[in-house]
Design a protein. Structure first.
Length: 145
């Protein structure tokens, strides 16, 4: 009985420890990702609006984040919000007029371009870029949401 209880407890602890991180998105036009939790730390890179990130740690008003490439840095919590967003992971992908490969290509997006998710239809997402451009993308071509 003790062995069953221990195994059950171990499975629970492992499942809690591997739970997915909270996912938020950048809510401002430009945010700096820093090497540590404070404005005195070096800026590692900048991110634009709707850039989705996983929160891996909290330190006061700062959030340690991980992006779609696995890069890690710190960003101030005020720059993040719960916005459904995705980022292109293919090298150059088509953004279409409708949800399907037969729909007209409106424009193309490079790897690293982020979008707000406006609607879902099966495996297709209607997305909106920070500049206002909208279209549909297949979920196999993105990270996030």
């Amino acid at each position: 009985m003790k062995k069953i209880l221990f195994c059950s407890l171990l499975v629970f602890v492992l499942s809690v420890g591997t739970a997915s991180a909270e996912r938020l998105s950048v809510a401002v036009d430009k945010g700096n990702v820093r090497s540590g939790p404070g404005k005195n730390y070096e800026v590692l890179w900048s991110v634009g609006k709707y850039f989705p990130v996983d929160i891996v740690k909290t330190s006061g008003d700062w959030r340690k984040i991980r992006d779609y490439e696995g890069d890690v840095g710190w960003i101030h919590h005020s720059l993040l919000k719960e916005i459904p967003a995705v980022i292109v992971k293919g090298s150059l992908v088509n953004i279409r007029e409708g949800p399907g490969t037969d729909a007209k290509v409106l424009f193309q997006a490079e790897s690293g371009v982020s979008f707000k998710v406006v609607e879902k239809k099966g495996k297709w997402l209607r997305v909106k870029h920070a500049d206002g451009d909208t279209g549909w993308i297949h979920d196999s071509l993105i990270w996030g949401d």
